[in-house]
Design a protein around this ligand. Structure first.
Ligand code: PMP
Length: 399
């Protein structure tokens, strides 16, 4: 794993224990090189020019779509819509799918959701009179799937839940969600923001209909992401945004729309970013998957044990390593998470403190916020050691 770490220039340059990967991961040299090469030799707008640069840019952009299709196990690249990220992808579905719902139709979310997978549905509720139902969670911060039967019913049209929680690290048992959805003919959307870096996944095999991810959490650039959706779902949806590139014909009176995925890609897309995202996906595909998972599980175990050994810390999330990703959030009695983060920063440890865009979850656990350490494949024992040393300092300073 030391060789992996050396592939990240920022980790070489900054003397930093970077444990804020749930917010954004760092970018390896191989991906940075692809972005620079694209901007240096292929920069042009896509789909519209006939000159050679435009053709090269279009080819690179469409190749990136094919790579993302492979990364997610999609049937074909027409199921990949480039978006600005997870938030953009979920808002797209909340409009393009949501606007077809009738007043009284129901959308199921959970208490675990990032605001990105809650607020767009609240806005849909207010726009369309759709009813929002909320799946509760278990004491250790997993979806309470035993209660699915209480919130999923004949009027459920969509279940929109997280694949991996950005607070508790819990991995959703997708098969049970899909089973409940199928029983009432509802669609399933998974928020894959925290799962993408741990791919590649076979998303269609999970049985879901929509999948949203952000590239910046999977070793690639900001400002780009993917909505994967089954071909028939995309075909049944009207556009979300209007503009260039999403049309077939336009007169002053009316417009006919392009087929998916272009129908959902109005305007100039993030081109070099999409090319960089494909490079990031290829980089992940080349990782030794089992070894990475074992490495991350071991470090996650060390973090959880370290918290258990320290008084005044309370893990918010499963204590076991089963169906759990390397996201470890905890509350500190009598110390605000921002203070914890500040002390840890003085030890060169980068953490995240606050509500993690999951305020209802914080209310549920009755905390103002938590401190979160989240790992990526380049983290090592030295990072965990520095975290534990810094945490002792923080706990000692605020008595
Ligand atoms: N969902 C989850 C679970 C997340 O962790 C995040 C990012 N913190 C998002 C959605 C939103 O992602 P983005 O800001 O990249 O759109």
């Amino acid at each position: 794993m030391a060789a992996l770490r050396r592939q990240f220039p920022i980790l070489e340059q900054c003397d930093l224990h970077y444990l804020d990967n749930g917010a954004t991961t760092q970018v390896p040299r191989a991906v940075l090189d692809v972005i620079v090469a694209h901007e240096t030799s292929h920069r042009a707008n896509v789909h519209r020019g006939v000159h050679r640069l435009a053709e090269a840019a279009t080819e690179a952009f469409e190749d990136a779509r094919a790579t993302m299709a492979r990364f997610l196990g999609a049937a074909d690249k027409g199921e990949i819509v480039f978006t600005g990220g997870t938030t953009g992808a979920i808002n797209l579905v909340a409009h393009a799918f949501g606007n077809r719902l009738a007043p009284g139709d129901e959308v199921v979310v959970s208490l675990l959701e990032h605001h990105s997978n809650l607020v767009p549905w609240q806005m849909l509720r207010d726009r369309r009179g759709v009813v929002l139902r909320v799946l509760p969670i278990t004491g250790e911060g997993r979806l309470d799937l035993d209660n699915l039967g209480r919130v999923v019913g004949a009027r459920t049209r969509l279940i929109a839940v997280t694949h991996v929680s950005n607070v508790t690290g819990a991995v959703t048992d997708v098969a049970r969600v899909v089973e409940a959805a199928r029983a009432v003919d509802a669609a399933v959307l998974l928020d894959g923001a925290q799962a993408a870096a741990h791919g590649p996944w076979d998303i269609p095999a999970l049985g879901v209909d929509f999948y949203a991810l952000s590239c910046h959490k999977m070793f690639g650039p900001h400002g780009v992401g993917v909505l994967w959706a089954r071909r028939e779902r995309l075909a049944a949806m009207d556009p979300f945004m209007g503009g260039g590139e999403m049309i077939r014909t336009v007169t002053l009176e009316r417009t006919t729309f392009a087929d998916p995925p272009q129908r959902f890609e109005a305007g100039t897309p993030p081109i070099a970013q999409a090319v960089g995202m494909a490079a990031a996906a290829r980089w992940i595909e080349a990782l030794p998957r089992e070894a990475c998972h074992a490495h991350l599980a071991r470090l996650t175990g060390r973090l959880i044990e370290g918290l258990a050994e320290r008084a005044r810390t309370r893990l918010i999330g499963p204590a076991g390593l089963q169906a759990r990703m390397p996201v470890v959030a905890f509350a500190t009695a009598g110390i605000h998470p921002h203070d914890v983060c500040q002390v840890l920063d003085s030890h060169g440890v980068a953490l995240r403190g606050g509500h993690h865009c999951a305020q209802p979850l914080m209310d549920h656990f009755d905390v103002a916020g938590t401190t979160r350490a989240s790992l990526a494949v380049y983290n090592d024992d030295g990072d965990v050691d520095a975290f534990l040393t810094g945490l002792d300092d923080a706990l000692g300073r605020f008595r």
